[in-house]
Write a protein that binds this ligand. Structure first.
Ligand SMILES: Nc1ncnc2c1ncn2[C@@H]1O[C@H](COP(=O)(O)OP(=O)(O)OP(=O)(O)O)[C@@H](O)[C@H]1O
Ligand SMILES: [Mg+2]
Length: 270
């Protein structure tokens, strides 16, 4: 169980995450939604400890993750693997080596420099690539792949860390609709098949509604909605997205009563 308690992350006087509290049960697929600048990326980065928390705590299975240092911190970062919008692969290296980088917390650094990867790690990496139909591209340079292929390599790299949580920061923001589906389906399979918890920042509400079993709505760093996708009324969605609402929701009429609107405009997928 991941428990976030009063988490605040300030940059100067600005609170990018402001007293966020929620818990995430193992095996959930949670969508983090909200307008640009709401604090979604900072929230995930703070959980992974890429960005330091100013106040509050993150507990994972009752261990205070905010207090970890050294090897334990590296292990936490592997356990809560991040996936980024821009894939973050090393373009000049081949696909297999990029995936093996996910084993760095297990393999001594000098071995990785010499590319002396243990056979067992190579087998784990190949099997992860195979899961996402990428094994045949193992020897290709990463920068020769399409965006969708690169993101699948990044997911394979996250998987070889043997994570318990995947923190995906707008993993499909740079992809076309076909690759968006391939990558979201890959995350869903990881979640359902391996029981890995997924926290995924998404700009598109339609995607969030189709893939997630719970949504966290973030506005100005605060969690302003926490519930099942069906509970997110158009009224709340409009508040969440503010000026971006028409872009994200389409030009559907506002439901001021706050009643649940089953499907928002498909313009959100654009
Ligand atoms: N390293 C930083 N230094 C200073 N301010 C930052 C930094 N990172 C984020 N911020 C600010 O914190 C706020 C939240 O940013 P964040 O990137 O978390 O939002 P977001 O919800 O992920 O937005 P987007 O949908 O555009 O990715 C913004 O006002 C941003 O300018
Ligand atoms: Mg972001």
């Amino acid at each position: 169980m991941l428990v976030v308690e009063g988490l605040t992350c300030r940059f100067g006087t600005k609170a990018a995450v402001d007293s966020a509290s929620f818990s995430v049960a193992p095996g959930s697929f949670v969508g983090v939604i909200g307008r640009s600048g709401a604090g979604k990326s900072t929230l995930l980065r703070t959980i992974n400890r890429l960005t330091p928390a100013t106040e509050g705590r993150i507990l994972y299975n009752n261990v205070d993750v905010t207090a970890l240092r050294g090897k334990e911190l590296r292990q936490w970062r592997a356990r809560s693997a991040m996936i980024f919008q821009q894939f973050n692969l090393v373009g000049r290296l081949d696909v297999l080596t990029n995936v093996l980088m996910g084993r760095l917390s297990e393999v001594p650094f000098w071995r990785s420099l010499a590319q002396l990867w243990p056979e067992e790690d190579v087998a784990i990496a190949m099997s992860a690539l195979d899961q996402f139909d990428m094994a045949q591209l193992a020897a290709q340079r990463a920068d020769q792949l399409s965006g969708g292929q690169q993101q699948r390599v990044a997911i394979a790299r996250a998987m070889v860390q043997q994570p318990e949580i995947i923190l995906a920061d707008e993993p499909i923001a740079s992809l076309d609709p076909r690759n968006t589906k391939i990558v979201m389906d890959a995350l869903l399979r990881i979640n359902k098949h391996f029981g890995i918890t997924v926290l995924c920042n998404l700009h598109s509400l339609d995607l969030a509604r189709s893939y997630c079993d719970r949504l966290l709505g973030v506005a100005a760093g605060k969690i302003v909605f926490d519930g099942a996708p069906a509970e997110l009324t158009e009224h709340v969605a409009r508040e969440l997205y503010d000026l971006e609402a028409n872009e994200v929701l389409g030009a559907a009429p506002t439901d001021v009563s706050g009643a649940t609107v089953p499907a928002l405009s498909s313009a959100a997928a654009a």
